[in-house]
Design a protein around this ligand. Structure first.
Ligand SMILES: Cc1cc2nc3c(=O)[nH]c(=O)nc-3n(C[C@H](O)[C@H](O)[C@H](O)COP(=O)(O)OP(=O)(O)OC[C@H]3O[C@@H](n4cnc5c(N)ncnc54)[C@H](O)[C@@H]3O)c2cc1C
Length: 382
């Protein structure tokens, strides 16, 4: 019977990061994905400095500039008006998930993970520690990582549902024609409610999208149409949609020997929508937790190890949830507009956070020091 130390369900960034880490720790690993790579994944492909740091640590190589195109400037807009740009907090990159995920999966297979791509899971038996594939093959594991995205079947098997429908985010995107070489990365804070719009010019296309809390954007199709008109895009590009965890991360991302990583655990920044970095980081941590548990002959202790490791991610997400009304609440919009437009420091803080130079605990301390005075000044001005 094919038995593995670790089975990883899902070969996005979380799954591939977990596979490479587990192989480095000497585990036998199988990676199952319903897709054959390369495969499409709806995503802006904004790859932050934080993501780059994890990529380097986990895969132990620099970014390929052909796949990760560096970008130097972001321009922020509110109600169609520029709030100014920020360009001094490198690095940031744009990539296509079609290429990136195939590359990461390739690295996982090169590291020695058994390749079960192109297979759906017909049955998952957590009690028996087995996975039955669509062709009838049964695989057995000591530990299982659910890296199977926002609609995770592993999360459903553990907790009855993949995500909380009242708190989930939703995003729409199109791949519009490419723009001029010098086109800038653009973020529009008003394109969605409790979310934003983006225009990411890449070599072969321009990714245009909007996303936010689903409960606040029932008219998201119309909002995207308005946004595309604002950007002057009238291309016949097909509109695609996907759920996005946006503030509803799991406080307990697993149970016993079964761990959730990346979107399956809801690890997406509730302000920026960034998920690739947390997927890499949590996939890596889940593999370390599984390896520690298996090494001591107690696979069921994996969740105990993982709970300790993911605490910094959860702390950051908790603080981001706390801070996000400052950016998204309509009552605070005038304050946000003034603070963002007038302060290089605020823009710098936002980008430093994206680049991974600053984490939410530091941002929170900065905000706590400056917020009362800034709010007071903002309320006094007409
Ligand atoms: C429109 C949109 C734009 C985004 N833009 C950005 C961005 O610019 N930057 C950023 O950092 N983040 C962005 N995100 C978030 C980012 O895409 C996710 O956080 C990230 O992909 C999570 O990685 P993951 O490995 O956890 O899951 P995924 O990348 O979703 O991978 C899950 C894998 O599991 C497989 N799978 C699922 N179910 C099964 C099953 N039952 N059996 C077998 N395999 C299965 C899938 O085929 C897939 O390969 C965006 C999200 C959306 C929706």
């Amino acid at each position: 019977m094919p038995t593995f130390d670790l089975i990883i369900l899902g070969a996005g960034p979380a799954g591939s990061a977990a596979a490479v880490t587990a192989r480095q720790a000497g585990l036998s690993v199988a990676v199952i994905d319903k897709a054959v790579f390369p495969r499409a994944k709806l995503c802006g492909g904004f790859f932050t400095g934080r993501a780059e740091g994890y990529y380097r640590d986990i895969f132990q190589r620099p970014l390929d500039p052909q796949m990760f195109q560096p970008r130097e400037k972001i321009v922020f807009y509110l109600d169609g008006t520029p709030l100014g740009d920020a360009s001094d907090t490198l690095p940031m990159y744009l990539t296509m998930r079609w290429d990136m995920d195939a590359h990461l999966f390739d690295l996982a297979v090169q590291a020695g993970a058994a390749d079960f791509s192109g297979h759906r899971v017909a049955a998952l038996d957590l009690a028996a520690r087995s996975v039955v594939l669509d062709g009838g093959t049964t695989l057995w594991y000591q530990s299982l990582i659910g890296a199977d995205g926002v609609q995770s079947m592993v999360a459903r098997a553990l907790f009855g549902q993949s995500f909380d429908k009242t708190k989930i985010g939703f995003a729409l995107e199109v791949e519009a024609p490419p723009q001029a070489e010098n086109a800038v990365v653009r973020i529009d804070f008003d394109a969605a409610s409790w979310g934003y719009g983006w225009q990411f010019p890449k070599r072969a296309s321009t990714t245009i999208g909007i996303g936010g809390l689903q409960s606040q954007n029932s008219d998201i199709q119309a909002r995207l149409a308005t946004y595309r008109t604002r950007l002057g895009d009238d291309s016949p590009a097909r509109v695609k949609g996907h759920f996005l965890p946006f503030g509803n991360y799991r406080r307990v991302p697993g149970r016993g020997a079964v761990l959730l990583a990346g979107d399956a655990a809801g690890f997406v920044d509730p302000i920026t929508g960034e998920g690739i970095a947390y997927a890499l980081q949590s996939g890596h941590m889940a593999a370390i937790a599984a390896a520690n548990a298996i090494r001591t002959g107690q696979p069921d202790s994996a969740m105990r190890h993982y709970a300790r490791l993911v605490r910094p991610i959860q702390r950051s997400l908790r603080l981001a949830c706390f801070l996000r009304p400052l950016i998204f609440a309509s009552r605070l919009r005038p304050f946000f507009r003034r603070a963002f437009a007038n302060s290089t420091r605020v823009k710098h803080a936002y980008l430093s956070m994206l680049s991974g130079k600053v984490e939410y605990p530091q941002l929170m301390r900065l905000t706590a020091r400056r917020l009362p005075g800034a709010l007071w000044r903002s309320l006094r001005r007409p």
